[in-house]
Design a protein around this ligand. Sequence first.
Ligand SMILES: Cc1cc2nc3c(=O)[nH]c(=O)nc-3n(C[C@H](O)[C@H](O)[C@H](O)COP(=O)(O)O)c2cc1C
Length: 328
Amino acid sequence: MKGKNPHFYHSRFSIAPMLDWTDRHCRYFHRLMTKDTLLYTEMITTGAIIHGKGDFLEYNEEEHPLALQLGGSNPVDLATCAKLAQERGYDEINLNVGCPSDRVQNGRFGACLMAEPQLVADCVSAMKDVADMPITVKTRIGIDDHDSYEFLTDFITTVSEKAKCEQFTIHARKAWLSGLSPKENREIPPLDYDRAYQIKKDFPHLVIAVNGGVKTLEETQLHLQHLDGVMVGREAYQNPYLLADVDQRVFGHDKPVIERHDIAEMMYPYIEKQLASGAKLGHISRHMLGLFQGMPGGRQWRRYISENAHKAGSGIEVLEAALAKVPR
Ligand SMILES: Cc1cc2nc3c(=O)[nH]c(=O)nc-3n(C[C@H](O)[C@H](O)[C@H](O)COP(=O)(O)O)c2cc1C
């Protein structure tokens, strides 16, 4: 990635945007395990940011490098949000061109935008005009019967040439816009990593990351032989300790790997602070349930937190008691 924006260094490994999962508490937790991984927010719609009540752009300073994922297709609205994102100090803005849910299709954004590459280019250009940071696109390899390699290359060509978009993250399966739920659309259409590899070969000047079905750092290393980056979603959430040696194995750092117990305890000061400002323990601890996945005591940890964290007035003592059930 010589000569590219230094930000793209972090694209080598990223955690996918996941609605309801990668909120700021989750991201804080993930960041404890890896300093260089690029973190994505959940998709936030332009409508929520512009008209919604509450601060949808809030995050913890510790979360950098952090990309904001936007959902929308109105260039003016996207530019408004991009400007706000710039003021708030985000490191990247990513446009969602991969989500197939009905709600999103009604708003004419998400995966259905793959059929409108010129509009996507207009959206990216509008954001680039007002925000001095990488504006990237997360897409699928196709939608419905538009699943030829040419369809994908036409999309990438238009968006990269007309809007000078430099990075694409490709979820390596197509989406069916009707008939499948979003969950099924993450499981049923087959993965085709070769499509993403071919895109990198045909567009060597672009930063191309792949997403979908990656569960280990071994698989990550294999993809990195062909591509610039790997984005991991569900596995990073459900088995977060996967992240503990990403800095060493993907980014080449030489530092000790933090142990699971220490990571749990490193969350305490953050949780205390959040509780003091009105957060509920369960909203934070739910992201930590998978920390001891596959380890002796891991089920007890998960069960104790699930049964107790939501009770009124629950605090750190719930995590301490859960941790005591897991042998060091
Ligand atoms: C609970 C959940 C929420 C998701 N929300 C988003 C989202 O907001 N934006 C998006 O682009 N993709 C979203 N996705 C899709 C993921 O970003 C990713 O593309 C997909 O899970 C495939 O990667 P994986 O196999 O590593 O999980 C979501 C996935 C899950 C499981």
